[in-house]
Write a protein that binds this ligand. Structure first.
Ligand code: ARG
Length: 464
C-alpha cells in the first residue's frame, strides 16, 4: 500500500536544517489511513473558505479559485487519479498542496485562521456523524427483520432457559423481541452520541483561537452542526465523542455476540432449533457432513476487536495534557475499524435474520423435557389458597416422582397428582400444557402470544 505514495513534495521548510528519515516519515504519516477523510476535509475547507470570503478575510476571487480547485481535486480523488504523497504526511496537507498547484496563491490563503488541529477534529466529527446515520439506518433494518421473524413465531413455543437449564416455556417471538429491545436501546445510544458529535471545533485554530474576525456560527450552520464547541482548547483536544461512539458500538457488538452465541447453540444438531440459510454458512475442508455457522461465530469474534478499540481510545486520552497532541492521530484507525466492523456486521445480520428457518417441533420437544410447567403448577396451588413456599415444596415432590418414573408432569393422572396436594382438581391439566403456560403470562412484557403481537405492534409504530 505504501508504495503508491511517491517521494515528491516538501511538507516542511525553513525551520528545519535536516530532513526526517524515511522511517520517521512513515512513522509520523497518517495519509495511508486518513485519506478516507478526503471528502469531509474538502467539505470543511469549502465552508471555511466561504466564511473567509463572507468576512472579507479573503477576496471573492480567491474564494472562486478555491472552489474551482477543490472541484477538480474531488474529481481526481473520485477517479482514483489523485496522487497521495507520503511526504505530505496527511490528508490535509496533500489536498492543500494540490490546491496550491492548481490555483496558486488562493490555495495558500485557505489555511488563514485555521490549523490542522481544528481541521482534523472537524473532519472526524463530520465523518462520525455520517457513520452514525448509516448505523442508525442499519439498526432499523435489522430490527425490522427481527420483528418480521418474531411475528411469524408469535405463538411458536420453545423452552426458556436460566442457567442454560430448561426453566419455563416461552414463545420464540418473545425471545427474538428481547433482542429487538436491546438493539432499540443501541439506536437510542447512537442517536444520543450524535448530539455531542455534531458540534463545530473549527475556529479554535491551533489551540487558542485566531486573530481574524471569523464567524464560527456561519461555518457551523453551513456544515449542519447544531452548535460550536465553546472552548478552543477543548475543541481541538476533545475526543469524548469518539469514545462514546466506540462504547455504543461495543454494546451493539455485545448484543450481536449474545445473539450469535444463541444461533450457534440453536443450530447445533444436538439442539436443532433452527437452520441458517446456506449463504451464511460454510463447510469443512475435511468433514463432508459439516455446515458451520461461520457468520455468527465471526461476529462473536469481531466483538473482541471492537471492545479493544474502546479500550485503545480510552487509553489514548488518559495521559494527554491540553491541548492537541500528536497522540490524537492514533484515534483514526480504531474508529474506522469500529465503523467498518459494525456496518458490515449489521448489514449481514439484517439479511441473515430473514434466512433463519425455525423448527417448531424440536423446540416443542425440548420444552416438554425439563418440567417447564412446574411453576405453573405451583401458581395453580397458590390460586387455590396454598402459600407459595408450600406450593413450591409440593411441586418439587411431584417433579421428583416424575423423574423416577421418567415422565412429564402432564403425564401424571389426577389421582397421582393429588398425592402431592389435595387441592389439585380436574382443571389442573389445562395449566400443565405448554400452550396454557405461555397464554397465562398475559401482561405487558409477558410471553403470551397475545402480548407478543401487541409488542410487535408497538415496535413497528416506533420504527415508522
Ligand atoms: N494528521 C493529524 C491528526 O490526525 C492532523 C493534525 C496534525 N497537527 C499537528 N499539529 N501536527 O491528528
Amino acid at each position: 500500500m505504501k508504495d503508491q505514495f511517491s517521494k515528491k513534495g516538501e511538507a516542511w521548510s525553513a525551520r528545519f536544517s535536516e530532513p526526517v528519515s524515511d522511517l520517521v516519515k512513515r512513522y509520523t504519516a497518517s495519509v495511508f489511513f486518513d485519506k478516507r477523510l478526503a471528502h469531509v476535509d474538502i467539505q470543511g475547507s469549502l465552508a471555511h473558505a466561504d466564511m473567509l470570503a463572507y468576512q472579507k478575510i479573503i477576496s471573492a476571487q480567491d474564494h472562486a479559485e478555491i472552489q474551482r480547485g477543490m472541484a477538480q481535486i474531488l474529481s481526481e480523488i473520485d477517479a482514483g487519479t489523485f496522487e497521495w504523497l507520503l511526504d505530505l504526511e496527511d490528508v490535509h496537507l496533500n489536498i492543500e498542496k494540490r490546491l496550491t498547484e492548481l490555483v496558486g496563491d488562493a490555495g495558500k490563503r485557505l489555511h488563514t485562521g485555521r490549523s490542522r488541529n481544528d481541521q482534523v477534529a472537524t473532519d472526524i466529527r463530520l465523518y462520525m456523524r455520517a457513520s452514525i446515520d448509516d448505523i442508525l439506518g442499519l439498526l432499523k433494518q435489522f430490527r425490522i427483520a427481527l420483528v418480521d421473524l418474531a411475528e411469524q413465531h408469535a405463538s411458536t413455543i420453545m423452552p426458556g432457559f436460566t442457567h442454560m437449564q430448561v426453566a419455563q416455556p416461552v414463545t420464540f417471538g418473545h425471545h427474538i423481541l428481547a433482542y429487538v429491545e436491546m438493539f432499540g436501546r443501541d439506536a437510542e445510544r447512537m442517536a444520543d452520541c450524535r448530539k455531542r458529535v455534531n458540534r463545530l471545533p473549527l475556529g479554535a485554530a491551533a489551540l487558542a483561537g485566531t486573530t481574524f474576525p471569523i464567524d464560527r456560527e456561519r461555518v457551523a450552520r453551513s456544515l449542519g452542526f447544531d452548535d460550536v464547541c465553546h472552548n478552543s482548547l477543548d475543541a481541538v483536544s476533545d475526543r469524548d465523542f469518539a469514545i462514546e461512539f466506540c462504547a455504543a458500538a461495543a454494546l451493539v457488538m455485545t448484543h450481536i455476540s449474545r445473539l450469535s452465541e444463541e444461533l450457534v447453540i440453536w443450530m447445533s444438531p444436538r439442539v436443532g432449533f433452527i437452520d441458517i440459510a446456506d449463504r451464511f454458512c460454510t463447510g469443512s475442508s475435511i468433514m463432508p457432513q459439516k455446515k458451520n455457522p461461520d457468520v455468527p461465530e465471526l461476529a462473536r469474534g469481531k466483538t473482541g476487536r471492537v471492545n479493544g478499540h474502546l479500550i485503545a481510545l480510552l487509553t489514548l486520552m488518559k495521559g494527554q495534557p491540553l491541548a492537541y497532541n500528536k497522540d490524537n492521530q492514533e484515534d483514526k484507525e480504531p474508529l474506522f475499524d469500529t465503523v467498518d466492523t459494525l456496518v458490515d456486521t449489521l448489514r449481514i445480520f439484517a439479511d441473515m435474520a430473514g434466512g433463519i428457518s425455525v423448527r417448531p417441533a424440536a423446540m416443542r420437544a425440548a420444552a416438554l423435557q425439563g418440567y417447564a410447567t412446574a411453576t405453573d403448577l405451583a401458581d395453580y396451588l397458590v390460586k387455590k389458597g396454598l402459600p407459595f413456599r408450600d406450593a413450591h415444596e409440593a411441586v418439587a415432590h411431584a417433579v421428583r416422582s416424575c423423574e423416577q418414573k421418567a415422565c412429564d408432569l402432564s403425564d401424571l393422572s389426577l389421582d397421582e397428582l393429588r398425592q402431592f396436594s389435595a387441592l389439585i382438581e380436574q382443571d389442573v391439566h389445562a395449566v400443565l400444557t405448554l400452550e396454557g403456560s405461555v397464554a397465562a403470562r398475559d401482561h405487558v412484557g409477558g410471553t403470551a402470544p397475545n402480548q407478543v403481537r401487541l409488542a410487535i405492534k408497538r415496535v413497528r409504530a416506533s420504527l415508522n
